[in-house]
Design a protein around this ligand. Sequence first.
Ligand code: 5RP
Length: 233
Amino acid sequence: MTNDNPKTHAARAALDYVKEGMILGLGSGSTAEIFIELLGIRVAAGLRVQGVPTSEQTAEAAREAGIELLSIEHADRIDLTVDGADEIGPDFALIKGGGGRLLREKIIANASDLMVVIADESKMVKTLGAYPLPVEVDRFGFSITAKKVFDALCQAGSSRPDVQLRQHKDSDMPFITDGGHYILDCACVAIPDPAKTAARLCAVPGVVEHGLFIDLARVVIIGDEHSAEILER
Ligand code: 5RP
């Protein structure tokens, strides 16, 4: 973690939303891990919070930072979730799931009173879709599901999407999510209508969740080398 890192500026600004006694959704990815490290410093100084992790990796990072963890089954509310994103489009519609944690990230974001997204400016886009959209699918019948996902994306206005089964980065085995599913990475170039795309994908049997986060984020914090800009809607 370096002080002039744009992600660090964004993560530090997100600390202002954290209050004593809060139950926090802890996001996944490199930016969220910087937030967890900074939060750990506040906890060591006496702040009392509990964290609900969005992935096993995040749980490990939170333990190392000394943050008390709470399993989602024991959380009667989540006050605030702070998470990263792969793309941030108009109306704070997001693509998430680059790290393959989209299902738990979405369950936790949706259960939160407030979702704050932290990122560097490279994540801001005019149209979603240059980043391949992750779609989490059940392993049963995944190749049939992949064809239906292709059709759904075309029907929603993406032209000739490239749908690929995600491979584990260290082997030629498929990547398996924390929930035991596969990920289809869908290179769409552009997603002209995110809401329609989300609805079409949800209608495909075998799709467990997709990485379009619509109407979830209300605050986006964009870091640069010097500071962070807070955008709210
Ligand atoms: C993981 C995610 C991450 O938030 C997203 O990939 C951004 O990661 P990073 O902060 O490392 O750029 O959605 O599933």
